[in-house]
Write a protein that binds this ligand. Structure first.
Ligand SMILES: NC(=O)c1ccc[n+]([C@@H]2O[C@H](COP(=O)([O-])OP(=O)(O)OC[C@H]3O[C@@H](n4cnc5c(N)ncnc54)[C@H](OP(=O)(O)O)[C@@H]3O)[C@@H](O)[C@H]2O)c1
Length: 289
């Protein structure tokens, strides 16, 4: 058994590599953190080479990469560059969770499917145009849900639908504008579930709207008051409001943290693991809640 310490190379597109990600990594077993901020795609190869070429054989499993940052599109490019640096068996395990978007989406959709059959359900993702909402929509489609992605702008919602992957998706995505109360009310009246993925501190779904609908499930991802869904609690976990089950952002956050820590632990079990949003979603299914 190797005595080498578990090293995590933290590549962050922000100026200051995320302290949150560093603490979670340490709590999950990373022993040494090599933290780099302002990482540009052109920097990645040499940084990864430095990690890969210093260890070989089974010791490569004790080196891993974590990609983060507030700019999710930029982090996705860095994530691609990391994998491009690998060749043959010369590789390390890698995880991407910019802005916590992948772990949050994996947790939200995993929890949703504990209560409804997504393959036969319609789900509205409110404010789906942000990093978290995009990934929620992607996973819902993968699970076969009829997925309505909303934005205050029909143009942005339509652009999102065009960007969502179709090859691995059995569901169907439809864009919906929710700029007016009537547009929102009409949408909510016709769906089985809603995931509120709006920015922090903005209420997207008033109580008066969901109370008069027949939703089976509501999931809110905004923990900062006012909450994304009015009238529920941030720490709700499968709370019941009449016939509707609700999760607040802290209720989702508990599983999100479990997924994040479990993925970090798995990074150090082998040298060939890749944790993108799909792999994190699959990992969620293996965890006890
Ligand atoms: N629970 C957790 O563990 C966890 C982890 C990470 C993030 N989060 C939460 O997940 C949520 C989504 O995160 P994100 O980074 O994807 O969000 P984001 O990019 O900040 O915002 C998502 C969308 O919200 C809409 N929006 C922005 N300002 C608005 C306003 N004033 N009124 C109505 N809509 C507005 C925008 O959509 P349009 O302009 O297209 O309408 C935007 O694309 C946040 O509340 C965040 O705090 C939770």
């Amino acid at each position: 058994m190797s005595e080498k310490r578990r090293i995590l190379l933290q590549l962050d597109t922000d100026a200051h590599p995320s302290v949150f990600d560093a603490v979670v990594a340490t709590d999950a077993g990373a022993e040494v953190l090599l933290r780099h901020g302002n990482v540009e795609p052109a920097d990645v190869r040499d940084l990864v080479y430095g990690l890969m070429f210093t260890r070989g054989g089974e010791d490569l499993a004790r080196s891993a990469v974590f990609v983060g940052g507030g700019d999710v599109a930029a982090a996705d490019i860095v994530f691609d560059q990391v994998r491009d640096a690998f060749f043959g068996p010369v590789r390390v395990s890698v995880m991407a969770d910019p802005s916590g978007a992948n772990t949050t989406a994996a947790a939200a959709v995993h929890l949703a499917q504990q209560h409804i059959d997504l393959a036969t359900s319609s789900v509205a993702v409110l404010a789906a145009t942000g990093p978290v909402g995009r990934r929620v929509a992607r996973l819902l489609l993968r699970c076969g849900a009829r997925t309505f992605v909303t934005s205050r702008s029909l143009e942005r919602a339509t652009a999102l639908v065009d960007q969502l992957p179709t090859e691995s998706a059995s569901g169907k995505a439809e864009p919906v504008e929710t700029a007016s109360p009537d547009q929102l009310r009409n949408l909510i009246a016709g769906v089985d579930a809603v995931v509120a993925a709006g920015t922090t501190g903005v209420c997207l779904l008033p109580k008066s709207v969901w109370q008069t609908a027949s939703l089976k499930l509501m999931v809110d991802l905004n923990a900062v008051p006012p909450l994304g869904i009015e009238g529920i609690q941030a720490d709700d976990r499968a709370a019941r409001y009449g016939d509707t089950i609700a999760y607040g952002a802290l209720g989702v956050g508990r599983l999100k943290m479990k997924i994040h820590k479990a993925a970090i632990r798995r990074l150090f079990e082998r040298n060939d693991q890749v944790f993108d949003v799909d792999a994190l979603f699959e990992l969620a299914a293996t965890l006890d809640e």
